[in-house]
Design a protein around this ligand. Structure first.
Ligand SMILES: [Zn+2]
Length: 333
């Protein structure tokens, strides 16, 4: 009689493996089946439907993940793990979405819920931090050990990655660059503080400030940050002034980040980064003017666009498998 090997949840080695990845945002869910080399086999987008309440959002997340597992098997692939990214405060070690204003989440044990439903190992991460992991390993930060990813969109957040792993913090809240106070006499931030970087230089703040000063608020037409950039490039005085204020505030924030983290490269992503050189060229100049002893980081645009979060969730899932295989429980440096 031959020895029976201890059974491990089958990864069906006869089939190529994929991981299931979800990036859950306030309005939409980006999801994909991702191969171990980081390439995408299949992707889907779904509405989040956050107005239905957190329980319904969780149910949608589980259903989308289940659907992708079924799709993988139908395509002759073996789904081996699930990675999920959410905004807000995330306790990655415990797999708990601690708090998310956009999703209405409070202490949702999402990782265990996914594992229960799908019977697969799962990982939960913060959307910007996993985006940073993806840019560091697969995108614009590839080849550098110390990468700071800065996402400038509706809000501002950052992720420090070292050797492709994100620094999480003791409470899952590291990287809140948007809530560094850069203008103590500035506008009130959504967090309650006055003069946070996010209150001055997020895409939402730029549009809001321009609209208010241009006097078009009364007509109800909110001018977008992208439009402010266009008008500034076209030589409009007000747009130019607001854009320079924005760049200066971002440079103040990046100077603090450089002093604290000394990254080799700063990868700028999020909606405002779509301004391209209209952002990066003056931002490099403004940051350089502020450096004293600091070494200047390379300031580069993100390479993965809005796929970064989903790819990063996949990388987290792949790390989980790696941890199981090597018996290592801790990925935090
Ligand atoms: Zn704030």
């Amino acid at each position: 009689m031959t020895d029976v090997l201890p059974t491990v949840p089958s990864t069906e080695p006869a089939h190529p493996t994929v991981v299931i990845a979800l990036d859950v945002g306030g309005t939409g869910i980006k999801s994909a089946l991702v191969r171990p080399d980081g390439s995408t086999h299949h992707s889907e987008r779904h509405p989040t439907g956050a107005d239905r309440g957190p329980a319904e959002v969780v149910e949608t997340i589980l259903a989308v993940a289940e659907g992708l597992a079924g799709r993988a098997r139908a395509d002759g692939l073996a789904p081996v793990a699930v990675g999920i990214a959410v905004p807000g405060v995330v306790d990655q070690a415990a797999g708990v979405a601690v708090w998310s204003a956009n999703l209405g989440f409070r202490d949702v044990p999402l990782r265990d819920l996914v594992t229960e439903r799908l019977g697969l190992p799962s990982a939960l991460g913060h959307d910007v931090r996993v985006g940073g992991i993806a840019e560091a390993r697969l995108g614009a930060g590839r080849g550098d050990r110390y990468v700071l990813f800065v996402a400038i969109g509706t809000g501002i957040a950052a992720a420090l990655t070292i050797d492709g792993t994100a620094f999480v913090g003791a409470h899952g809240a590291a990287g809140e660059l948007g809530h560094i106070v850069v203008r103590p006499d500035g506008p009130t931030c959504g967090c309650g503080q006055i003069g946070c970087l996010e209150a001055v230089a997020s895409a939402a703040a730029v549009g809001r400030r321009y609209t208010a000063l241009a006097g078009s608020a009364s007509t109800g037409d909110r001018v977008s940050a992208a439009e402010v950039v266009r008008r500034a490039a076209g030589g409009e005085e007000l747009a130019g002034r607001i854009w320079q204020e924005t760049v200066d505030a971002l440079a103040d924030g990046l100077l603090i980040a450089q002093a604290l983290y000394d990254p080799a490269v700063v990868v700028v992503g999020g909606g405002l980064a779509e301004a391209g050189d209209d952002l990066l060229v003056p931002l490099r100049t403004a940051l350089r003017a502020r450096l004293t002893f600091h070494r200047e980081p390379r300031l580069v645009p993100a390479a993965l666009g809005d796929e970064a979060g989903c790819l990063g969730a996949a990388l987290l899932a792949l790390d989980t498998i790696g941890d199981l295989e090597t018996g290592s429980a801790d990925h935090i440096p």
